[in-house]
Design a binder for this molecule. Structure first.
Ligand code: SF4
Length: 357
């Protein structure tokens, strides 16, 4: 069991610190569950500074849950382009449709009801329920686990579900009835700006330093204990940037799996030589005028890495293309087709190619 006697004094210390030191963030200026939910989903796996412009753009385009429920998939993907983990936005649309159809367009306030919505887990439900609706429930993310593990000088592996459950139960006891949302945000905020990860807590600025066992023991930088992650698998791919007066060739990814439903430049498995790339173009009925190396790029996903070899191929426009391939002008690439950040190296190169005189 965790030592909740040690933890109970942190509530008032954290709330006063939060009142003085919280960052001004655009989703903190209202209790609208839609805005809070959008921010929480965007903030999963993504830094605050990266999220802010996306948040403004998304809310401007889709200011209500109804607007989100009615939005087309390509428009949603375009609004999300570059944020990664696109299943998040697909689930948001499904959840918005459920809110419209089953809850009359109003978010449910109870965490158990919120958890029935696609893409909303225990953490997001706790966050929306406590911040928007004042429910006395915890929300425990990686920041909170790190702070609690350091405060308690805990040797437990926080990636183990049973340990996370213990920490969540300890956090639940702390949440005060009068300011549940502020308390949850204060704990997350402390982890985000003071009790920093990767061995770098700023203990001298911490309102909890007098109580912190990890600081006293000198172990805080090494905490929390986490089981080593599995090594990522590496996938070699060849990216064909086929350019003609009609634009650049694009294709839609399958509806399931990684980056589902997004647009990409045609890819082939493995790293192939230029003559094989030219041969592939001919099988699509394209006449390559030149095929040159366009550089290599890598993209790291959670469980795999793409190592990409790129070729820039100038081709004659063809009367017809095989099913699944189409031309996109550079303007359409910017405004219509959502090409994931995994290809940003190649997209930037295409911008240069198209803007060259
Ligand atoms: Fe984290 Fe240091 Fe504060 Fe302890 S004293 S909670 S290690 S920042």
């Amino acid at each position: 069991m965790l030592d909740s006697d040690l933890l109970s004094p942190i509530v008032s210390l954290l709330l006063s610190w939060f009142d003085r030191s919280q960052r001004v963030l655009p989703w903190r200026d209202s209790k609208d569950p839609y805005r809070i939910w959008v921010s929480e989903i965007m903030l999963q796996q993504t830094r605050v500074s990266a999220v802010i412009p996306y948040f403004h753009r998304f809310l401007e385009a889709l200011p209500t849950v109804e607007a989100l429920a009615l939005a087309g998939d390509d428009r949603l993907n375009k609004l999300w382009e570059g944020l990664g983990y696109y299943s998040r936005v697909r689930n948001m649309k499904k959840a918005a449709i459920m809110v419209m159809e089953q809850y009359g367009g109003r978010f449910p306030s109870q965490p158990e009801e919120l958890r029935k919505l696609p893409g909303i887990g225990e953490y997001t439900a706790g966050s929306v329920a406590s911040i928007a609706f004042g429910k006395r429930v915890p929300c425990v993310d990686g920041n909170v686990l790190r702070v609690l593990a350091r405060l308690l000088n805990s040797p437990l592996d926080v990636t183990a579900p049973a340990v996370k459950k213990q920490f969540t139960a300890a956090a639940a006891e702390l949440v005060p009835a009068d300011r549940p949302g502020d308390f949850n945000q204060s704990l997350m905020e402390l982890g985000a700006i003071v009790c920093l990860p990767n061995g770098a807590p700023l203990c001298e600025q911490c309102p909890l330093r007098q109580l912190c066992r990890g600081r006293a023991a000198g172990t805080a930088p090494q905490l929390p204990v986490k089981a080593p992650k599995k090594a990522r698998t590496v996938e070699e791919r060849t990216v064909l940037l086929c350019v003609s007066p009609s634009g650049v060739l694009v294709t839609r990814r399958p509806e399931h799996g990684i980056l589902a439903g997004l647009w990409e430049y045609p890819c082939l498995p493995g790293s192939i030589p230029p003559e094989d790339a030219a041969g592939q173009l001919r099988t699509w009925g394209l006449q390559p005028l030149s095929v040159e190396k366009a550089g290599n790029a890598r993209h790291i996903f959670t469980h795999k890495e793409w190592h990409m070899t790129g070729y820039l191929a100038r081709v004659s426009p063809s009367a017809s293309l095989p099913e699944g391939l189409r031309w996109a002008t550079v303007e359409e690439l910017r405004s219509r087709y959502a090409v994931p950040g995994a290809y940003k190296f190649f997209t930037a190169l295409l911008e240069k190619v198209f803007s060259a005189p």
